[in-house]
Design a protein around this ligand. Structure first.
Ligand code: ATP
Length: 360
C-alpha cells in the first residue's frame, strides 16, 4: 500500500516537532527515517500509525485520507525498540494474539491459527522456540518474535521504531541483513526509524534524512551518500573534513589543498569551501620543500600526525596543520584533519605519531 504524507506539521506547546513535512512512499518500499535524536522521526511514525494526530496536513494510505480512520483499522503492524511481548504468554501465544482478538466474523479457526503461527515462526526462523516464554529469549530473538507478531495480522504497512536499537552491535548487524531479506520476500510497505546511518544505508530502498522537524533530503542510499543535499546531510552520513578557501579561475585553493573546479572557471578570488571525506585524503612523508610545487604554491597541507588508530584494514589518522613546522597552538577541534588510509600503506610507510606529513 502506498503512503502519502502531505504537509504534516506538529507542535508540542511552542516546540515545532514537524514543520510542513511531505513525502511519498511507494507500495512495497522499505524506507528509513534517519536523523539525530529529537528531529521528529518517532513523531512522524506515530502520526502515520494514528497514535498521534497532526496539527496540520494529512496522511493518505493508497490515496485515501486516513485522518478519521482509527489506529486499529489502519492495518499497520508495529515493532518498537522495547517491544513488550506479553510476559505470561508463550512465544506461540504472543504471535497468535492478534489473530485471537479479531472480530468473531474474521477470526480464523484454531487449526488455521496454529498453521499461521508456525508459518510466521518459520519465517523468522524461530519455530523451535514456540513454547518458550519471552524471559527465556535473547534480545535479538525477542525482536524477531515481535516482528512475527506484527506480521500475524497481515498488515499493509509495517512501522519499526529503532527495532534493533537495544541490541549489541553484532546482533544488530545480523538482524538488519535478515530484515532486508525478509522484506525482499514479503514486500510489505515498511518504514523504520533509526539514528544509525550505517543501518539506514545498508537496509533501506530510500533514506529520508530529517533535521529539526524538516526533511533535508530523500534518496537512495547511493544518492544521499554521493550527492548530499546540504552540509547537514554530508556531516550526518559520515566523518567529514571542512576546508575553507578561495576559488579563482577554475581552481580552488583550500587551506593549502588545491583542486581543479571547472564550475568555478569564472570565479575571481571568491570565498569557497569543500567537504572532503577522510578516505579521499592521502598522506605522504614531509621533506623540506615538499609542501610547495615548482611554482611555489602549496601542494598539500603540512600537518603533524597527532594520533593514529589502526582498525582492521584501515588506519585512521588525526592530523594537526603546522606552521613553520610547528603545530598550530591550541588547534581547534574543527582544524584537526581526519584522513583514512589502508593499514598496509600505514605500516609499510612506518608513520609515527608526532612526525610531520603532507596531506594531499
Ligand atoms: P529519538 O531518536 O531521540 O527518539 P526522534 O527523532 O524520534 O528522536 P521525536 O521522538 O519525534 O524525535 O521527538 C521530537 C521532539 O518532540 C523531541 O524534542 C521531543 O522531546 C518532542 N516531543 C515528542 N513527543 C512529545 C510530547 N508528547 N510532548 C512534548 N514534546 C514531545
Amino acid at each position: 500500500m502506498s503512503i502519502e504524507i502531505r504537509n504534516v506539521s506538529k507542535n508540542f506547546g511552542d516546540f515545532k516537532a514537524l514543520r510542513d513535512v511531505s513525502l511519498n512512499i511507494d507500495s512495497g518500499e522499505l524506507v528509513a527515517l534517519l536523523g539525530p535524536s529529537g528531529c521528529g522521526k518517532t513523531t512522524l511514525l506515530r502520526i502515520i500509525a494514528g497514535l498521534e494526530t497532526a496539527d496540520r496536513g494529512s496522511i493518505l494510505f493508497a490515496g485515501e485520507d486516513t485522518t478519521d480512520v482509527h489506529v486499529r483499522e489502519r492495518q499497520v503492524g508495529f515493532v518498537f525498540q522495547h517491544y513488550a511481548l506479553f510476559r505470561h504468554m508463550t512465544v506461540f501465544e504472543n504471535v497468535a494474539f492478534g489473530l485471537r482478538v479479531k472480530p468473531r466474523s474474521q477470526r480464523p479457526s484454531e487449526a488455521q491459527i496454529k498453521q499461521k503461527v508456525h508459518e510466521l515462526l518459520n519465517l523468522v526462523q524461530l519455530d523451535w522456540l514456540a513454547d518458550r516464554f519471552p524471559s527465556q529469549l535473547s534480545g535479538g530473538q525477542r525482536q524477531r518474535i515481535a516482528l512475527a507478531r506484527a506480521l500475524a495480522v497481515e498488515p499493509k504497512v509495517l512501522l519499526l521504531d529503532e527495532p534493533f536499537g537495544a541490541l549489541d552491535a553484532k546482533v544488530r548487524k545480523e538482524l538488519r541483513r535478515w530484515l532486508r531479506r525478509l522484506h525482499d520476500d514479503l514486500h510489505v510497505t515498511s518504514i523504520f526509524v533509526t539514528h544509525d546511518q550505517e543501518e539506514a544505508l545498508e537496509v533501506a530502498d530510500r533514506v529520508v534524512l530529517m533535521n529539526a522537524g524538516n526533511i533535508e533530503q530523500v534518496g537512495s542510499p547511493q544518492e544521499v551518500w554521493d550527492h548530499p543535499a546540504s552540509p547537514f546531510v554530508y556531516g550526518f552520513l559520515g566523518d567529514v573534513n571542512l576546508f575553507h578557501g578561495r576559488a579563482h579561475e577554475g581552481e580552488v585553493l583550500l587551506d593549502g589543498l588545491q583542486l581543479s573546479s571547472p564550475e568555478h572557471a569564472d570565479a575571481q578570488n571568491q570565498k569557497a569551501y569543500a567537504y572532503v571525506r577522510p578516505h579521499d585524503l592521502d598522506v605522504e612523508r614531509y621533506s623540506p620543500g615538499a609542501g610547495v610545487d615548482a611554482a611555489g604554491r602549496p601542494r598539500g597541507i603540512v600537518a603533524q600526525l597527532a594520533r593514529a588508530i589502526v582498525v582492521g584494514p584501515v588506519a585512521r589518522l588525526e592530523l594537526i596543520p603546522v606552521d613553520d613546522n610547528k603545530p598550530v597552538e591550541n588547534a581547534a577541534p574543527e582544524s584537526v584533519i581526519e584522513a583514512q588510509i589502508p593499514a598496509q600503506q600505514f605500516n609499510e610507510m612506518g608513520f609515527r605519531e608526532g612526525e610531520t606529513l603532507v596531506v594531499t
